[in-house]
Structure formats: structure tokens, C-alpha cells
Design a protein around this ligand. Structure first.
Ligand code: ADQ
Length: 472
């Protein structure tokens, strides 16, 4: 059997039910690799004064984990710099937050070269190589320079930006050109795959081959949408865990005579937390009859403390929740609780299950796995309602959620009211349709579709498929 080599910036060994894990990519890859005796390579998360390229190897649940330390300057320019101050904001449509700095770009290229030189010697001729996310766009080019001829695929976990946004990056062409050293490019949604195609046709003088591939820069690449899913079976199992039950019981006891609204996100400006709080504030103001009946809990651990923007958001959120609670609380009740810490996965499952509404309103999101986890955790006899941003990639697969524009406090407020007063029959119909897809389009289906396509086996590449119409 061919070996699968997965390469991503951070490597998180397959997590058990009880462990904490933040970040959708880590969750998805851990689940995807659990059934593969593959190799997973990336940055250790640690620094060393001088880069040595020395690999630390260990085996975890049948997966070989190989990591390398980086220099502090690498972390600053490549990770904090180009990845998180340039590509992350730009690809999430935040041109206003995007930093263009040539030192960041140089560090990004250097670290990708270092990664390639470190992993290159371990690659065997039959290996399939699967590279993940925006930290690693130039990796295939560096591997090709070293003579690697293997099939190499790339999956982008975040959105691909619209053409006019991407061209604001001074080095946009070089970035896109380096993608043509892959054999297969995967995007989260047909919309992002189309945005990539539009750029290539309009900006790189590219064309489409008869079999639906793209040519540009003298090369050809296969591309398509591979919407990521969760490990739904594992998530459902987790509800049986003692901790899940305890968290559920605690939340239910805490919300007697009240309905729980829950949000779970890494603290990031793309997740629309300020806008979400504003929507909740509007709901409280507009619905005096309902407002004493709700409690909103927002779980939002700080994920990238080294980047100043993240500290600023935290300050603004604290001020906003203070204002909301100040205006609406009474002696025994605060309407909004914001918790900045990680939870174990089984605790999250219990929390989702206790919530009558899952409020998932990112301003822009590649997919959003929390929306899927919320659905997977519901009681089949009495499910809660998912309120979902139209700008989450997940919206294309989840039209039975209440779809909102996260920039509109009015739409969030209306959707909350509708969710909290929705009759059981309608809740059941919506949830059943959502759950069916969350279960069938799960993380294994995602992995198999991508790996089959990369291996050249007949696979479902859905570049041209349009998403189902959004239900209101
Ligand atoms: P993220 O931006 O990290 O992922 P998301 O898809 O929502 O976003 O995944 C977050 C994951 O972290 C979920 O599994 C969630 O349960 C977990 N998590 C969040 N807060 C937590 C907490 N407090 N404690 C413990 N766990 C927590 C990126 C892209 C997404 C894309 C994924 C996968 O930005 O758009 O869906 O990769 O491709």
C-alpha cells in the first residue's frame, strides 16, 4: 500500500476523546490519519537558536510523527508574519489588517525550503504527499527543486479570496505560480475553487483543459472542492462519555427556566464575535418578553497571543460583554458569559447538547467545523437549532440551518427569536436533514475523496457542482 505523508505547519498527534484541541485543521487531520499508518510532518512548535534540520520522530497510535524546531526569526517572519499577518487576513477578506512586508515573505520562502530539505530525504518513490494550508503554499516548488517527482496534493483550509482582493498582494503571481507545482489542489467549497479558476484565467493568462484541469505557467493542475467534515461517529460516541454527561447536566441545571445559546470559536476576528455580541444585544433589546429566558455562553480561547490584533479583540469583547451585562443583568442573572479557555472535546459535546441554539456567525470561514459538531451533538428527539453565517463554507452544505448575514444585528436577532420559538416539528425536519449530511459527508469521506483523486483513482472532484440554494 502506498504511504501517505501529511505535511502541515503544526502537528498534533491523534487526540483522544478527553483531550483538548483547538483548531479545526488539527482535529480534521488527527481524525483523517487515525486510520492511516502514515507519516505526519511539521513544525514542533518549539524554537532553537540555530536551525539544524534535525527531526524528532515518535509513533502515536500507528502514525509516525516527525517534527522539526525553527529559529525564533523563522517563527516571527514565517508564522506570526507572512502566514498570520499577511495571508490569514487577506484570505479572510480583511485587506485592512493585511501586512505587506518583504522580510515576512523572505522568511516564508526560507522556512518552506527548510521544511522541504528536512522531509525530502524521507520521501520514497511511491509515497503520496498531502500538504495542508496557507503556511505551506510554496512547499511543492521546494520539493520539486530537490527532485521529488511524487504526486503532491495541497488542501486549503481557509477561503480562497476573490480575484480583486488577491491582487492587492504584491507577490500574488509568484504565490499562485507555486501552486502549479502540485498535482491536485483542493478547496473547501465550489465557490473558492471557482475564485481560484477566475484568478488563473484573468490574471495568469491560463486556460482550462478539456478534462477540466487548469493550465498556466507552462504547467497543468487538477483542482476541485472537497468540503471537510467532522468525525461524526466519534463525536456521537463522545456524548456517552461521563464528562459529556456531567457538563450537560451542569448546563441544564444552570439554565432551568432558561434556554442556552452557545458559541464556540477560537478568538479570531474572522469569527465575527463582536458582530455576534451586537446581534445578541439587539435581540435582548427587541424582545423584552424573551430576554429573561436566555443565557448566551461564548467559549473563545485566545489562539495567537503573539499577534497584537488578537489582544485588541479580546479587549473589545470584554468591553462589549460588560456593556451588555451592565444594561440587562439583574441580581441573579447575567445574559452573556464569555469564557476564554479550552475545553476537552467531551465537555464541548455536552455543552452543545445542552444548547437550544448553536450560534455560528463567522464573517468569513473556510468551512467551520463547530457548526457540524453542534448538529452531531443534538438530541434526536428534541434537537436545537443551528444559526449559521452565509459566509461560512459550511453554509453550502447546511441550507436547513437558519442562514444569516453576520454583519446584520437585525438578522441575528430575528434568527435567534425564530430559533428559540421554533416548533418541535420544524426543528426535527431541519435537524434530520442536517444530521444526515454531517454523518455521510464526514472526515473520512473528505480524506478518501482527496486521497483517491491524488492517487489518480476515480474520485468525485466537484469543481463545477453548485451548492444547494440557501434556505431562509
Ligand atoms: P478553525 O478556524 O480553527 O479551522 P473550525 O473549523 O471551527 O475553525 O474548528 C475549530 C475546532 O476547534 C473545532 O473542532 C472546535 O471544537 C475546536 N475548538 C474551538 N474552540 C474550542 C475550545 N474552547 N476548546 C476546545 N476545542 C475548541 C480552520 C478553518 C476552518 C475549517 C477548519 C478545517 O479556519 O474554516 O473548517 O480549519 O478545515
Amino acid at each position: 500500500m502506498t504511504r501517505l505523508i501529511v505535511i502541515s505547519n503544526r502537528v498534533t498527534p491523534p487526540v483522544g476523546k478527553g483531550e483538548e484541541s483547538v483548531g479545526g485543521l488539527a482535529m480534521a487531520l488527527a481524525a483523517a490519519l487515525r486510520e492511516y499508518s502514515g507519516l505526519w510532518f511539521g513544525w514542533s512548535g518549539r524554537t532553537t537558536p540555530q536551525f539544524s534540520g534535525q527531526l524528532a520522530m515518535r509513533r502515536v497510535e500507528g502514525v509516525t510523527i516527525a517534527t522539526v524546531d525553527l529559529e525564533p526569526g523563522d517563527v516571527e517572519e514565517y508564522y506570526n508574519g507572512y502566514a498570520n499577518k499577511t495571508l490569514w487576513p487577506l484570505f479572510h477578506y480583511r485587506v485592512d489588517l493585511t501586512a505587506y512586508d518583504r522580510a515576512f515573505d523572505a522568511g516564508y520562502q526560507r522556512v518552506n525550503r527548510r521544511f522541504a530539505e528536512t522531509i525530502g530525504p524521507l520521501i520514497e518513490p511511491d509515497d503520496l504527499i498531502w500538504v495542508h494550508d496557507y503556511h505551506m503554499i510554496p512547499l511543492a516548488r521546494e520539493l520539486r527543486r530537490l527532485g521529488v517527482k511524487n504526486r503532491i496534493g495541497f488542501f486549503l483550509h481557509i477561503p480562497w479570496p476573490a480575484h480583486q482582493l488577491l491582487v492587492t498582494l504584491p507577490t500574488h503571481k509568484a504565490l499562485v505560480e507555486s501552486l502549479f507545482d502540485y498535482d491536485l489542489l483542493g478547496f473547501q467549497t465550489p465557490e473558492y475553487a471557482t475564485a481560484f479558476e477566475e484568478y488563473v484565467l484573468a490574471e495568469a493568462g491560463g486556460g482550462r483543459t478539456e478534462d477540466g484541469r487548469l493550465t498556466a505557467f507552462g504547467r497543468t493542475v487538477e483542482y476541485g472542492a472537497f468540503p471537510i467534515g467532522i468525525d461524526a461517529a466519534d463525536f456521537a460516541d463522545m456524548l456517552g462519555a461521563e464528562r459529556a454527561g456531567r457538563t450537560y447536566d451542569r448546563m441544564v441545571a444552570h439554565t432551568v427556566f432558561r434556554k442556552l445559546i452557545v458559541g464556540v470559536d477560537r478568538l479570531d476576528y474572522s469569527k465575527g464575535l463582536e458582530e455576534r455580541f451586537a446581534g445578541f444585544e439587539r435581540f435582548l433589546a427587541d424582545n423584552p418578553d424573551l430576554r429573561r429566558e436566555v443565557l448566551m455562553v461564548q467559549v473563545a480561547p485566545v489562539s495567537r497571543e503573539a499577534v497584537e490584533t488578537y489582544q485588541e479583540i479580546r479587549g473589545r469583547l470584554d468591553a462589549l460583554s460588560g456593556r451588555i451585562n451592565g444594561a440587562h443583568a439583574d441580581l441573579a442573572w447575567n445574559p452573556l458569559r464569555c469564557v476564554n479557555r479550552n475545553y476537552r472535546r467531551d465537555e464541548l459535546a455536552g455543552l452543545y447538547r445542552a444548547a437550544k441554539v448553536g450560534l455560528v456567525t463567522p464573517l468569513r470561514d473556510g468551512m467551520n467545523l463547530v457548526a457540524k459538531e453542534y448538529v452531531a451533538a443534538q438530541d434526536p428527539a428534541d434537537p436545537g437549532v443551528l444559526v449559521l453565517s452565509r459566509f461560512a463554507g459550511a453554509a453550502g452544505q447546511m441550507p436547513e440551518a437558519l442562514i444569516v448575514n453576520p454583519n446584520s444585528p437585525e438578522e441575528i436577532s430575528e434568527a435567534l427569536k425564530r430559533a428559540l420559538t421554533m416548533p418541535l416539528e420544524e426543528r426535527l425536519a431541519r435537524w434530520r436533514a442536517l444530521f444526515k449530511r454531517v454523518r455521510s459527508e464526514d472526515v473520512s469521506a473528505w480524506r478518501d475523496a482527496f486521497v483517491d483523486a491524488l492517487a489518480g483513482r476515480p474520485a468525485e472532484v466537484v469543481a463545477a457542482k453548485t451548492p444547494p440554494a440557501l434556505a431562509s
